[in-house]
Design a protein around this ligand. Structure first.
Ligand SMILES: Cc1ncc(COP(=O)(O)O)c(C=O)c1O
Length: 426
């Protein structure tokens, strides 16, 4: 879909910034009637010029031969490849500072396809907790049905808890992956990616593979955290959230080296968990404003968090920007994250009835799950996104009945503060 002219990332000596490249990287208008914007390639299949072409394209796609120097994979069938998805993947590579990327039908499709590609019966997956409710279900209820053993450690327990979990896993089984969600949904707990890398290097996966470090970067990615730069092999992101950014689509991505993505690519082709071209096109449009949206939302979130932290009806605010100087996670936050982002949770004084009273009174802020959109959303993790997790376990992970999660959008933050103020007076 493009030649090198449309994949230039420098201007003379100058490296072009990701937000600049989002306006057209990887797209050649002269291949598409000079259209400024890429068309949506709404097609299931692609016409081969010759049977020989078809044979060659399949050989490459199915790994039957090596790629030749500068060879572009030929378009075959939209479950295998599609120009909109390829352009989007090229652009996500830039944000994630990766070599390659694959896009999926949802964040869960990205996470599950990645784990299917690496976990094997009899292996273990060491993971941080809490993780998003769907991931928790996959790790603790679905993967064990296939003989994969999840071994959890609390993000709040710091590096020591991760090391102990790795020691337990080492005794039990080959460790397929260290799976980290950092910051964690909904507590914003942090996990040290660099330390996870060191620990993974001392382990071994099933079938002689290396133990991969997988990071769910949904909360801060791709703008405010680049896990690959800290040692992650694979970065999974729910593109439904900040990248999509308008609460109007569902998609996911996985970035890494081409070699690390290879088994995932094969798995995606066969499971059919790829993104569709229309969603891919919408995501490219969203990427053009990603930096503006995430920056504005992060600024608004700081103001809202400041308001909440001084409120008499609020018991605690779990906003990363407020980590005290002497908190053990402070140096990790400064090393690993470029911003506190705009999704955080706070506890009201009381329990579920008090939290529900606040949620039910909100007028500007919408009561809905999800995050990362232009509009501010509030939800109750214990009874909504994380309700699959047994109550005792929720409490252990910090998901209390009084906890409300806020994803701050790009409205005027003073309007959001006024809304929270009137709701908290309930
Ligand atoms: C941290 C995190 N990871 C993954 C997902 C799953 O993403 P999707 O809903 O796009 O499948 C979510 C969804 O809320 C999430 O918050």
């Amino acid at each position: 879909m493009s030649n090198e002219r449309w994949r230039k990332r420098v201007l003379g000596d100058r490296r072009l910034a990701p937000e600049t490249l989002m306006m057209g990287y990887g797209y050649d208008p002269f291949l598409s009637e000079r259209s400024l914007k890429p068309p949506i390639f709404h097609t299931s299949t692609f016409v081969f010029r010759t049977a020989e072409d078809g044979k060659e394209f399949f050989e490459l796609a199915y790994g039957l031969r090596q790629k030749r120097p500068n060879e572009e994979p030929g378009l075959i069938y939209s479950r295998i490849n599609n120009p909109d998805l390829e352009m989007l993947e090229d652009r996500l590579v830039i944000w994630d500072e990766a070599e390659d990327n694959l896009v999926f039908a949802s964040g869960m499709a990205a996470i599950s396809t990645t784990l299917w590609a690496y976990a094997r019966p009899g292996s273990a997956v060491v993971h941080s907790g809490p993780v998003y409710g769907g991931t928790d279900f996959l790790l603790k209820r679905i993967l064990p049905q296939f003989g994969v053993n999840p071994i959890e450690f609390p993000a709040e327990g710091g590096t020591k808890a991760m090391e102990e979990a790795v020691d337990r896993a080492r005794e039990l089984a080959p460790v397929a992956a260290l799976y980290l969600e950092t910051p964690a949904n909904p507590t914003n707990g942090l996990v040290d990616i660099g330390r996870a890398r060191e620990l993974a290097d001392g382990l071994g996966g099933p079938e002689g593979r290396r133990t991969v470090v997988i990071v769910d970067n949904t909360f801060l990615g791709p703008l405010f955290q680049t896990p690959i730069a800290h040692g992650a092999d694979l970065v999974v992101t729910s593109l439904t959230k900040y990248v999509g950014g308008h609460s109007d689509l569902i998609a996911g991505g996985c970035s890494g080296t081409t070699a690390a993505l290879d088994p995932i690519r094969g798995m995606r082709t066969i499971l059919g968990t790829m993104c569709d071209p229309h969603t891919g096109w919408l995501l490219m449009r969203s990427l053009e404003t990603l930096k503006l949206r995430m920056t504005a939302a992060a600024e608004g979130a700081r103001k809202v968090a400041e308001f909440l932290s001084g409120h008499p009806r609020v018991a605690s605010v779990w906003y990363l920007g407020f980590l005290p100087e002497d908190h053990p996670d402070r140096p990790l936050f400064e090393r690993q994250c470029k911003s506190a982002g705009s999704t955080f949770a706070f506890e009201v004084k009381g329990g579920e009835p008090e939290a529900f009273a606040v949620l039910n009174r909100l007028e500007v802020i919408k009561l809905a799950v999800s995050l990362g959109g232009t509009e501010t959303l509030a939800s109750h993790p214990a009874s909504m996104t994380h309700s699959d997790i047994p109550h005792e376990e929720q409490l252990r992970l910090g998901i209390t009945p009084a906890l409300i999660r806020l994803s701050v959008g790009i409205e005027n933050p003073d309007d959001l503060i006024a809304d929270l103020d009137q709701a908290l007076k309930a």
